[in-house]
Design a protein around this ligand. Sequence first.
Ligand code: EPU
Length: 432
Amino acid sequence: MDSFVIEGGRRLDGTIRINGSKNAALPLMAAALLTDQPVTLRGVPDLADIGNMRRLLAELGVEFSGDPGAPRLKVTDEGESHARYDIVRTMRASICVLGPMLARRGEARVSMPGGCAIGDRPVDLHLRGLRALGAQIDLDGGDIIARAPGGRLRGDTIFLGGAFGSTVLGTANVMSAATLAEGTTVIESAACEPEVVDLARLLTAMGAKIEGAGSPRITVHGVHRLGGADHAVIPDRIEAATYMCAAAITNGSLVLEDCPLDCLLAVTDRLEAVGVRVELLGPCPDMLRCRCRVTAERVLRPIEVTTQPHPGFPTDVQAQLMALLCLAEGNSVITEKIFPERFLHVAELSRMGARLFRQGNTVVVSGVRALKGAPVMASDLRASAGLVLAGLAAQGTTTVNRVYHLDRGYEKMEERLAAVGARIERVSDREG
Ligand code: EPU
């Protein structure tokens, strides 16, 4: 298992181009199951999770051709509709094949995803939504077995909110399934995340009739069939936010290209309150692909922040912001409202000298003058990113173990950080 070894205290300076979004690309890839025509996706990042989705879709009869960054997906065999545990357990997002497969093939068998390091992560809302569309759903041998009576789903009005708000992949599943249902579907309390909007854009290009994506009420008028499309994946807002925090925590200056500022207003609002400047460079005709410079004041201010569904502050940036606030002058308060247990980084940051006090879903961060390098690890992608950021700023050497978690969501992070001045290298077990 690889680790990153980081010599902290180096200011970052340079340019980073933001990649296509992982969390947009996964449901976009699954949407290829809705048609027998080719779907080309441009700007697909080279990540472990994308590789897992490719393997899963290949098992379900999708043929891949073309460049890995711009793959052409085409269903050539609709005979196998079983997403097996072997693959689903490697990646929870496998659940997003359920809606498309059920809608197009009239049946699907998808292994039920288990819990993960950030919490239980149930899929009850996905199932409630698909049941409302007329699906019969049973559980057998750990698999979700879904059938559309008569081979076709039926539109209906569905309330998709849960105890923690809306569901991103649940909305993606139900919206995708509704495109081929008979009649009209209204999804109330739909997730407003930019990844849902991107999926709606692809589905519309394929011939779907969707209104309201990006708002809490999405209306889908079902059609008989969908065709192919050619679609550019939106840039990754979480990657962009992570590199913004990297600039700030090293007191550096980073230019971000293809930065989706339009999706990052809650992040830039909180960062500006800390003393981080995000300055637009030149005219920006497309606010999803801006060029901006990120710099920070020498003294960082403490803030309060609560994670919320979009357009609120994203849970996927909570760990990175916590790393930054460890070095602010005073007490910050972070409340996690999406995944109340998502705090694997707290104990690890404490090992680096951070002063953190957790109670339930709230952490009080008392800023310290400096962090100290240490061996750390976290079995969650974003927690690991927070630890890398802390390592960039810490005095001495930080070893972040088990970086395969990072590789799930950040393409070649160590190379990209090294290119802007970080002293960071990947060490494999055999060398380390
Ligand atoms: N929830 C339910 N029932 C459900 C579904 C969700 O109670 O049926 C709860 C969850 O347990 C959680 C909340 O609702 O408390 C929101 O979960 P959501 O369904 O929105 O999460 P997701 O769609 O499974 C996506 C991202 C996550 C991101 C969340 C929240 C992908 C592949 N994953 O997950 O990304 O944290 O939305 O924004 O899109 C990451 O990239 O590191 C990551 C974990």
